[in-house]
Design a protein around this ligand. Structure first.
Ligand code: GLN
Length: 247
């Protein structure tokens, strides 16, 4: 039985493709097609209007391209309208910061984000946060797709920005190892409705299939068949051991 169709859009890979987060779109595509969904993966360059989609992925990028991406997305308007119509949005690092209300440019001047998350990002006072990051999704995080307890999140962070949640956003997770949002709250990432942001690269959805399935279950509007995640579990075990030995 074919289910769907499901359109997964990687937003501005020419600007937000620095950290390999485009892989998140591929993971979502595979996990959807393995389950029989008629899913397509669309690369959406910044010089074209943003195409229609059910699930949008934004990746990490450098300060200048991040400003250009945010400016294009605000002018285009589709991403905000899509969220109002129920689309799922997943942002990583620069893509997380620009979903908030403001973030700093390369000269440390505040720039407007999309306001899809109640979140302000500033330049951090200390050195850039670089390294393995692990975090735990708790009671204020989104419920998992299969109702099971959340496995630990694992990924790699690389950012100078420090992010603070406002009352309209909830913490995605609590930092176990690493920095995360970095504002002293111990929080990693944010979520509100069907919009999720995180500092985790990896790509994070390759390292955390449960997070991929949360986004997919929101996008398709039903519970998902289980998959054999044997290989993904081996990757997780290796990366979680690396984080333990680095901390
Ligand atoms: N330029 C942003 C920062 O340094 C985002 C970096 C990234 O996407 N990895 O905070």
């Amino acid at each position: 039985m074919t289910r769907g169709p499901l359109r997964i859009v990687v937003v501005h890979p020419d600007l937000l493709g620095t950290y390999g987060d485009g892989g998140n779109g591929l993971v979502l595509l595979r996990r959807a097609t393995w389950r029989g969904y008629d899913a397509t993966l669309v690369q959406a360059p910044s010089h074209e209007p943003l195409p229609p989609g059910d699930l949008y992925c934004l990746g990490g990028g450098e300060d200048g391209p991040q400003v250009r991406s945010a400016t294009e997305l605000i002018e285009d308007g589709r991403l905000v309208r899509a969220v109002e119509d129920g689309a799922v949005v997943f942002g990583v690092c620069a893509g997380f910061q620009l979903l908030g209300t403001t973030f700093p440019d390369a000269r440390d001047q505040p720039r407007a984000g999309l306001g899809l998350l109640d979140l302000v990002t500033r330049k951090g006072p200390g050195p850039r946060a670089v390294g393995e990051l692990t975090a735990l999704i708790g009671a204020d995080g989104p419920p998992s797709a299969d109702g099971a307890p959340w496995p630990k999140l694992t990924g790699f962070e690389n950012h100078g920005g420090v992010s603070t949640l406002g009352p309209g956003s909830r913490p995605l997770a609590r930092v176990e190892t690493g920095v995360g949002n970095g504002d002293g709250s111990g929080i990693e990432g944010a979520w509100s409705g069907r919009v999720v942001g995180t500092y985790l690269h990896g790509p994070v959805l390759a390292r955390n299939p449960a997070l991929a399935d949360l986004l997919l279950s929101w996008a398709v509007g039903e519970s998902l068949d289980p998959l054999d995640d044997h290989d993904e579990e081996a990757l997780r075990a290796e990366r979680l051991a690396a984080a333990r030995s680095a901390s």
